[in-house]
Design a protein around this ligand. Structure first.
Ligand code: ADP
Ligand code: MG
Length: 258
């Protein structure tokens, strides 16, 4: 597999100055994601994330676990800058994302591959077209698209299904297409929100193996899940959320504390 592109998300400095009232967080050179004191309140009664802090280094594979409603998807949406935290700082690839100019937001998203539980494929386009469409939107040349699409579909094991529509593919195959779409440009960071949530256990294992092989190319992976068995098998870093707080952060953890 080709290595992930250089992990620097930050091509150009915006020149923004730090807020005078906030000490800038200390960020080591190896950090991919830094959350410091991040709180997200949807409305006065819904505190989805409550003052959470953690750092994920480049190249790590990290599970975010927790019961439904514990704040996993909220955290992912904040990283993608789909919404703003109520408080706190989020740094991705060395850049404080609250300070990104609008023109830099699309660049941030291009550098973060996303995989979701429900695949989010275009129903009227086949596997190859789904991947090509994403590249096209990013302004990739027709020549590059012709080269990259079969390459990445072969990487996820779907060369034979390039012409199949999503409804002609199994759930596992559809998730492979969505991973191909997320990884086609070898982003430094891949975030996955319950990627095995709709899949049976055997199919899930195949998807996890694919994510691991992607991680081995150097891509940092953050995966929200409540697939207890999978997390226990993998013995990777686990950050456990409980009611919007970090209940546990273990280097080689399981789903529950033992
Ligand atoms: P998880 O992904 O772990 O299931 P979420 O991040 O989706 O958790 O939700 C955390 C909390 O925030 C829950 O109480 C949920 O109901 C609430 N929540 C999520 N999204 C919204 C929203 N758009 N508006 C209001 N409340 C929300
Ligand atoms: Mg969720």
């Amino acid at each position: 597999m080709t290595p992930a592109q250089d992990v620097d998300l930050d091509i150009q400095n915006t020149g923004a100055l730090p807020a005078p009232d906030a000490a800038p967080p200390t960020v080591s050179a190896g950090a991919m994601i830094v959350c410091q004191g991040v709180t997200k309140r949807y409305d006065p009664n819904v505190l989805a994330l409550n003052n959470i802090s953690f750092q994920i280094d480049k190249g790590e594979f990290v599970f975010i676990v927790g019961a439904s409603g514990s704040g996993k998807s909220t955290l992912i949406r904040l990283l993608l800058k789909e919404m703003e935290p109520t408080q706190g700082t989020i740094i991705v690839g060395g850049r404080d994302i609250s300070r990104l100019r609008p023109s830099r937001i699309s660049q941030l998203r291009r550098n973060i591959g996303c995989v979701f539980q429900d695949f989010k494929l275009l129903p009227n386009r086949n596997a190859a077209e789904n991947v090509a469409y994403a590249l096209n939107v990013q302004g990739e040349s027709a020549q590059n698209i012709r080269r990259k699409v079969p390459e990445v579909l072969s990487l996820v094991g779907l060369v034979d299904k390039m012409d199949s529509l999503p409804n002609q593919l199994s759930g596992g195959e559809q998730q492979r297409v969505s991973i191909a779409r997320a990884f086609v440009n070898h982003p430094p960071l891949l975030v996955c929100d319950e990627p095995t949530g709709n899949l049976d256990p055997d199919t899930s294992v195949g998807i996890m193996q694919l994510l691991y092989s992607i991680n081995r190319t150097g891509t940092t992976i953050l995966m929200a899940t409540h697939d207890r068995e999978m997390v226990d098998k993998m013995r990777r870093r686990v950050i456990a959320l409980e009611d919007g707080k970090i209940a546990r952060d273990e280097r080689r953890g399981g789903y529950s504390s033992q």
